[in-house]
Design a protein around this ligand. Structure first.
Ligand code: BG6
Length: 368
């Protein structure tokens, strides 16, 4: 069943180009327009939406953070992201014109399920992004976008996460399409760029030995920091979560701009710090993060920098450079996440842990 792999997670990481491609499959018509079969909400209903709230747990919530950047940029509809376990306990302001988007690989996570039940009681419309056909969350939703990642067995989500992000992009582009043609050119450009992603993910897999070797070099470290900005921030959070889940080491992801407001106090000689650099197209973001890298390097951090091809500005301050294929800024998480997954899996394996079934965790948590 593992097809020659030692761990399901390794197999699932390698299946990501297909998971991305399959999630895109059949969703663009011959006229170039998006078609989402399981949408079930009419264009008129979608045009009434004036607020979007994404709810999810764990890794899925990081897909939600990426969704916020993309959906707001393409649709200009305000979009919040909230942990499902917090959502219904804060008396959220929702009504008929709110679209609640629940992201869940399993479709059975109790926190997320209870949140959508609450949202529907408040008459919000609920759309779920789910990988499991016929599971409870999509059954209780008004609309569904299925991710087509195939069954995910390893507890730590990998291909589930990438396909959730793809579904979020599709949702954002679809809402933009429904709203009108203002972003028409950008929509078709992004669709083309999405179709180029599987080959770019494949390249990250082909270059995986670089991070495997890095894991061997850093196997004795007990703490790791991850820094990102814009959509690199959720990537940093996911990189840290994977290390906690799999390697049981302290790991923390944070927004690069927050460095000076606290986390820089943690930096000491030899502390490994992963930094996700936004594409150069985003000058200001890119420059700011390069100066962050300089700051932590000057304080002795061991800097592992994820940066797109052709951007050499960080090279003088990087102990390790991990190259990323060029993508539009919003899509960069689809490639930047992959080496962090491979790193966490390799570190866990070197430490002798069960990569597929980490201690204390369950694939789908059916209690609140
Ligand atoms: C956790 C899993 O318990 O649930 C995570 O360990 C997962 O890997 C999270 O991201 C959410 O699960 P789901 O199925 O709702 O996406």
């Amino acid at each position: 069943e593992k097809g020659g792999y030692e761990w399901f997670m390794a197999k699932e990481i390698d299946e990501q180009p297909k998971a991305v491609a399959d999630t895109l499959l059949g969703r663009v018509g011959t006229d170039g327009r998006l078609q989402l079969d399981e949408m079930r909400l009419s264009d008129d209903e979608l045009r009434e939406i004036d607020k979007i709230i994404v709810i999810a747990c764990g890794t899925a919530s990081y897909a939600g953070l990426v969704a916020k950047y993309a959906i707001e940029h393409w649709t200009r509809i305000p979009c919040e992201v909230e942990l499902a376990s917090e959502f219904r306990y804060r008396d959220p302001i929702i009504d008929r014109s709110t679209l609640v988007v629940a992201i869940s690989q399993s479709g059975e996570t109790m926190d997320t399920l209870m949140a959508i039940r609450y949202a529907r009681q408040q008459r919000a419309r609920v759309l779920s992004i789910c990988n499991t056909n016929g599971s409870t969350i999509p059954r209780e939703s008004d609309a569904v976008i299925y991710t087509h990642a195939g069954p995910e067995i390893a507890v730590a989500s990998t291909k589930g996460f990438l396909s959730q992000m793809v579904a979020c992009y599709l949702l954002g582009l679809y809402l933009a399409q429904v709203k009108g043609a203002k972003y028409g050119d950008e929509i078709s450009h992004v669709i083309d760029e999405l179709h180029a992603i599987p080959a770019k993910v494949q390249r990250m897999l082909d270059e995986g030995d670089q991070v495997r070797k890095l894991a061997a070099d850093l196997v004795d470290r007990r703490s790791f920091l991850f820094l990102g900005r814009h959509v690199g921030y959720p990537v940093a959070l996911e990189g840290a979560l994977k290390l906690k889940e799999l390697a049981y080491v302290h790991a923390e992801g944070f927004a690069a701009g927050e460095l000076k407001h606290g986390p820089i106090a943690l930096v000491e000689k030899g502390l490994p710090m992963f930094v996700v650099v936004p594409p150069r197209a985003r000058d200001q973001l890119q420059e700011k993060i390069v100066s962050n890298i300089q700051e932590v390097r000057a304080r002795g951090a061991y800097t592992i920098v994820l940066v797109e091809d052709g951007d050499d500005s960080v090279v003088p301050f990087a102990d390790v450079v991990i190259r990323l294929p060029r993508t539009p800024t919003l899509l960069q998480p689809l490639v930047a996440t992959v080496p962090l997954q491979i790193f966490a899996g390799e570190l866990a394996e070197l430490l002798g842990h069960d990569v597929d079934q980490p201690r204390n965790l369950a694939k789908s948590v059916t209690v609140e």
